[in-house]
Ligand binder design. Sequence first.
Ligand SMILES: *Cc1c(COP(=O)(O)O)cnc(C)c1O
Length: 386
Amino acid sequence: MLQDQQYLRIPGPTPIPPSVERAMTKPMVGHRAAVTDDLQAKIRPRLRKVFGTDQDVLIVAGSGTSGLEAAAINTVRRGEEAIVIISGSFGARFEKICHAHGILVHRYETVWGEAFDPEHVRGMLKEHPDVKAVIATYCETSTGVVNPVAELAKVVREESDALVIADGVSIIGGVEAKMDEWGLDVLVTGSQKAMMLPPGLMFAAVSERAWKQIEANPERGFYLDLVQYRDSIRHNTTPFTPAISLLYGLDRALELIEKEGIAEVAARHELMRDMVRVAFKAHGVPLLTTDKAASPTVTAVKPDFDAEQFRSLISSEFGLSVASGQGELKGKIFRVGHMGYCSPADVLQMIALFELGMIRSGKQIEPGKGTAAAQQVYLQKGDQPK
Ligand SMILES: *Cc1c(COP(=O)(O)O)cnc(C)c1O
């Protein structure tokens, strides 16, 4: 096999654009130097656009999970109540975080692979009027489901003063997010999924009303106390040493998003979703989610052949990595990431390789049928050459 070539198509970490890689090799500078403040000043207004908010987006050195923990502990105190919606393993992680901090959880678990129903949350809020936050996963990476967070925020606002917290880790950067318009109170993401960066940064935006609840909370922790990050970013700095190299990368990644256009980035992700789905359907291979609940960034396939054997085969033969199932879906599905630095051209290559992998796994298919179906989707929806 050709060495030093790999196709990383797991739902994070994701490949890094070469110009972002290069930007991160700049010489190190001081964390309190003017250049670092200037860099953060340059990033600030542009990151707001990616979140669809007028609020500052806070940047924390940490993985995505630090965003989940920060969202929970800043808004909800020990002994207070939260509704946690679990539609897969990342929702389940949020429940564990709440338990670790003594937050009382009312859980709403969907069938894994299905989106949650905001009306069910309405009923729960009527039953539990003291709930301080409703916690949801925007894109449940373990199942490839995109959940109706805007509809959820509407229902919550109608029924209570509870905040709406959304884990957007595997989708922000791949959709046209409208945090303010949708009424989300805390929206978090990480750098290594659709943001085209290596792991190591967490981003969080907080609404006006959530800041009031956060300021009134005397126990916000220390490293993840979001008030400190908010007060610092107003001076284009951070309370602790920022991950400076990643900020250089972020500056360049934002430039790439701006040049393409946020709406175009979102359209590209939807197109890739449709191409991947139609390819498997062409071969009669079942998908875990319905078209309506399907995420633009990750697709879960529930194959009628051995998922693990298929994964190891395409990995050893082509250097193509896809992810396994998590939790109760382990061994039953595989998950294809198509987010961030990924194009329809990459998707066509990946589908052609999947077809070879399926044939090698002993599934009787007609080679090229899925690729052709994806090409048709591209021709119907793809960009016309300018
Ligand atoms: C990847 C991911 C996270 C965070 O994972 P880290 O490993 O901490 O970066 C959280 N939520 C979702 C939905 C994710 O996809």
